[in-house]
Every structure is written in structure tokens, then in C-alpha cells.
Design a protein around this ligand. Structure first.
Ligand SMILES: Cc1cc2nc3c(=O)[nH]c(=O)nc-3n(C[C@H](O)[C@H](O)[C@H](O)COP(=O)(O)O)c2cc1C
Length: 202
């Protein structure tokens, strides 16, 4: 059995974003488990329009080549780790639009998250979990939250180091827990989707 494929989706697109630093850090941690094939998925590479199709792709195919490319990328992955910036107590508009721009491709797949902000991105991640329910996804219970003084310690925009190893004492346990949850759910849901496909083909 091949290793499940995990997309690490950076939720922020602004040129000076912090999001690249946690994305690379969690990719390295996920790779070190040996449980996954990982890749960083950058919304900047897709140039998605603000959603203007007649419906989600549950009901009608998209009219846009860029959205089709996005849907194909989401479809080929078995699970996701969202890098969650908190903008005004929610996820970024760019991430919400990207979530809306696919539907069937997200279904019955799990996600973990690394969230950050003064409150550890907790409010944004709870919104994301609610959105994930509608997309028929399963959220891991455990997530990584970079909060308060830790956030400022590692955020270069606030004079921080840019090195998440500096806060390993705060986020090490939750990182291991999130990755273990994600491994379990990714394998369980992949097996179940494959069993469904075999039943449908029989
Ligand atoms: C439009 C906007 C709204 C923000 N709202 C919040 C917020 O509600 N809570 C918070 O903790 N940080 C907030 N911040 C600060 C962000 O946590 C910080 O800028 C972070 O670096 C954003 O992620 P990014 O650099 O990857 O885009 C906000 C930043 C922006 C640009």
C-alpha cells in the first residue's frame, strides 16, 4: 500500500505572510513520521477567481480552467493540513474561497491544522471545522496552536526568530498528537473510500 498523500495548504496569500514558515516546519515533521507523502499546496499558484460558477461541482462542472486545476489537486490528495492564519477572528477570505471552489474533492477526507495568532488561531480553526463539516470532511481533534508570546517569539514580522523549533516545548506534544490523529483518519477514510469504489465497480 502506498503512503497516503497529504497536502499542506497555506491559507494566506499576502506577499509578507508568515504562513510559509509553519508550512515548511510541519511538512518536515510530517515527513519525519514516514507515514505520508507530503506536498505544500500554495493558493497563490492557482489564481482562483472569486466563486462565480452556477453551483458547486456536486451539481455542475466549473467553467474555469484554474478552478478545474484546483479541484484536480484537491482530488488527488488523501488528507490535508491547513496552515490557518486568523483574520478578524476567522479564516482568510482566500482560504474560504478555495474551500468553496471544490466540493466532491474534499468529501470523506480528514484534515489537521496548524493555526496561529494572538489566540493561537483558535477562533479561525473553529470556523474552519464548521466549514469542513459541510464539505463532508473530518477534523482531527488535536491541532497545533501558536499563541501569545510564542507567536511573537517566532514571527519575523514582530522581530521573532522564524524558527518554530524555538517553541518546541509549547507545540511539540500537539504536533505529534495531530500527526498521529491524521495518520489514523487518513488511512481509515482512504480504506473506506476504496471499499466504496470497489463495491460500485462490482
Ligand atoms: C486583515 C487581518 C486581520 C487580522 N485579524 C486577526 C485576528 O482576528 N486575530 C489574530 O490573532 N490576529 C489577527 N491578525 C494578525 C495575524 O495573526 C498576523 O498578521 C499573521 O501574520 C497573519 O498571517 P499571515 O502573515 O500568514 O498572513 C490579522 C491580520 C490581518 C492582516
Amino acid at each position: 500500500m502506498t503512503r497516503p498523500r497529504i497536502g499542506i495548504i497555506i491559507g494566506s496569500t499576502r506577499p509578507t505572510r508568515f504562513g510559509d514558515i509553519p508550512a515548511r516546519w510541519i511538512r518536515d515533521k510530517a515527513d519525519a513520521t514516514g507515514a505520508f507523502e507530503t506536498e505544500i499546496v500554495d493558493l497563490r499558484d492557482y489564481g482562483l477567481p472569486f466563486f462565480d460558477d452556477v453551483a458547486s461541482n456536486l451539481w455542475a462542472p466549473t467553467q474555469h480552467e484554474s478552478v478545474r486545476r484546483w479541484q484536480e489537486k484537491i482530488a488527488e490528495l488523501d488528507g490535508y493540513i491547513f496552515i490557518v492564519a486568523e483574520y478578524n477572528r476567522s479564516i482568510t477570505a482566500a482560504l474560504k474561497n478555495a474551500l468553496d471552489s471544490a466540493y466532491v474533492d474534499w468529501n470523506r477526507k480528514p484534515f489537521g491544522a496548524l493555526a496561529y495568532g494572538s489566540m493561537g488561531g483558535a477562533r479561525a480553526l473553529e470556523h474552519l471545522r464548521s466549514i469542513g463539516t459541510e464539505l463532508q470532511m473530518v477534523s482531527t481533534r488535536s491541532a497545533i496552536h501558536i499563541a501569545g508570546a510564542d507567536f511573537f517569539k517566532v514571527h519575523p514580522g514582530f522581530g521573532g526568530s522564524g524558527n518554530l523549533d524555538d517553541i518546541e516545548g509549547s507545540i511539540g506534544d500537539s504536533t505529534r498528537a495531530m500527526l498521529a490523529d491524521l495518520e489514523w483518519w487518513t488511512n481509515a477514510t482512504r480504506d473506506a473510500r476504496e471499499a466504496d469504489a470497489q463495491r460500485e465497480a462490482a
